[in-house]
Design a protein around this ligand. Sequence first.
Ligand SMILES: Nc1ncnc2c1ncn2[C@@H]1O[C@H](COP(=O)(O)OP(=O)(O)OP(=O)(O)O)[C@@H](O)[C@H]1O
Ligand SMILES: [Mg+2]
Length: 262
Amino acid sequence: MSLKLVKVGGSVISRESSTDKYESGVVKRIARELQPYKQGLVLVHGTGYVGKPPAIAYGYYQSGLTSRKDALAMLGIKQELRLLNHRFCETMLEQGIPIMPFGISHLFTPEMDRVEEGGKTELTRVISNGFVPVFYGDLILCDDGCFKVFSSDIITLLLSQVLQPEKVLFLSDVAGVFNTKKQHDEPETQSIINELTPEIAASLEQSGNDQRDVSGGMSAKIGCAFEISSNAGSCFIGSGNTPGIIDGFMQGQEVVGTYIRT
Ligand SMILES: Nc1ncnc2c1ncn2[C@@H]1O[C@H](COP(=O)(O)OP(=O)(O)OP(=O)(O)O)[C@@H](O)[C@H]1O
Ligand SMILES: [Mg+2]
């Protein structure tokens, strides 16, 4: 069975102003677009407005490691992330996507550097029965009682290593990788790189937003995407806010966005 791994950006599914910071309308539309591709589908979602502001407020946006004194607050953030995942899964089910939620401690090694032995068997069992595993970015408990950020882009990379999917799609809040740095509040006037090679990527400047993003924003995503492209048939970064991108990419058509080429 050909596998499709789709990472839905937290930037797409969350809004500061929405109830529980969850953007249900967008997820509903994405679920409908994924409907024809649910066989062999694996989903990962990010944390967006739920996960990123606390990283700045508690000062772990650079290290990804939280302080012991903030443990109670971190447990609160974990609850909010779980709620976001709950809402995402609820919408997917309502739209007829047979999702099966997974926490990160389910399948990954304690070092969070690969899928556990046996994890592939479990994933294959779930997928071959027609179900869609769903993972999400979270904080994981370290041996010293602190928490560490486990980013959804890294989860996508680790899953690609065991699944060797035919297609990997990153849906984000931008139409692709821009050829210049872009800040959140700037108009999207830059041109989109249609095919991103390591040489072109090396010439991109890291934006200020990425430096304050606990999971590294677009620059870290590009790094993951290059690694993923050696495990996948094709890897693409496109807009989760524009209808038609999912279908076009899945059908192998030319769509607006960035193909990763190594
Ligand atoms: N060269 C670039 N091209 C496009 N976006 C860029 C670039 N450099 C930095 N960015 C920033 O990267 C952001 C997308 O990454 P971000 O991590 O915010 O989204 P996401 O990965 O979809 O969401 P999440 O991390 O919550 O899952 C854009 O909104 C933009 O501000
Ligand atoms: Mg991100």
